[in-house]
Design a protein around this ligand. Sequence first.
Ligand code: NAD
Length: 297
Amino acid sequence: MTSIGFVGLGNMGGPMAGNLANAGHEVKVFDLVSALMNAVSGTTPQATAADTAKGVDVFISMLPAGRHVDALYGGDDGIISQCDHGTLLIDCSTIDPVTAKKVAALASSRDLDMLDAPVSGGTVGAEAGTLTFMVGGAREALDSARAVLDVMGGKVLHAGASGAGQIAKICNNMLLAIQMAGTAEALALGVKNGLDAGVLSEIMKQSSGSNWTLNVYNPYPGVMDDVPASRGYAGGFLVDLMTKDLGLAMETAQYSRSSIPLGALANNLFRVHEQLHDAGRLDFSSIQWLYQPDLKG
Ligand code: NAD
């Protein structure tokens, strides 16, 4: 049994902390919204984030953005100053690599190991314990984290040094956004020229246009069961989160003087879609509406 502190019990963190408790670990939890602490059974709510970090083997955070992570770990009353020596720190939030590296360097200055370990797999993966972790930091630290990460995820992949997990996550989601927009565009072109969306999807799946969005997350309503497109784009991976990740890709490109023309276009397409269709709280496959507003009904 490992003693674990967990901060950030939202859509992702709540089920992740619950899975750790169900696996028999001792889990102390904290969230700014106190009702969320009582909702995770088998865990022990704490009065502050610092209390959550005291005397634990592993401390995990799952917060919205870089500024929250910076505020949680840094400063005199931050986790890095307050936790015991020997505590392994793991931030699973999706944030900018610059903040991830800065916080890991601060941890290192106190001889603490810290990993950035953002996830792929969404709320379904968080609940099922099948997330993919993309991890940045020392390999030895990852080796000691693996037993805990394995409880929450089906795959734990080492990307490189501190910040590398965040960079891998940003690259993956930028590619996903481009694929989703491209798939929606191809389906709209076919349908507007008389093809059935299901027939065209099947042909492209068996041809060189095949990709993850076609195979498991078709954006066209009614083509696949059990995907957001077939339930009015409810649930799934929100447009708001995709635009957040595309914003991180834009920042990362600026920082490294990289050119990402397709990523920038995808960022703009999702932004226009969000504003035109008030789509921030819809699944990102609703980008289909940008090509076929008539589907909105
Ligand atoms: P969320 O907004 O549902 O949860 C974040 C939680 O953090 C909230 O409950 C909030 O009260 C809490 N919080 C914020 N600051 C805090 C602080 N200082 N102390 C304690 N609690 C604090 O967000 P989410 O959907 O769970 O996403 C979390 C992270 O995971 C984000 O970085 C997101 O980009 C990433 N992510 C989300 C998904 C998804 O499908 N939701 C998928 C992959 C990655």
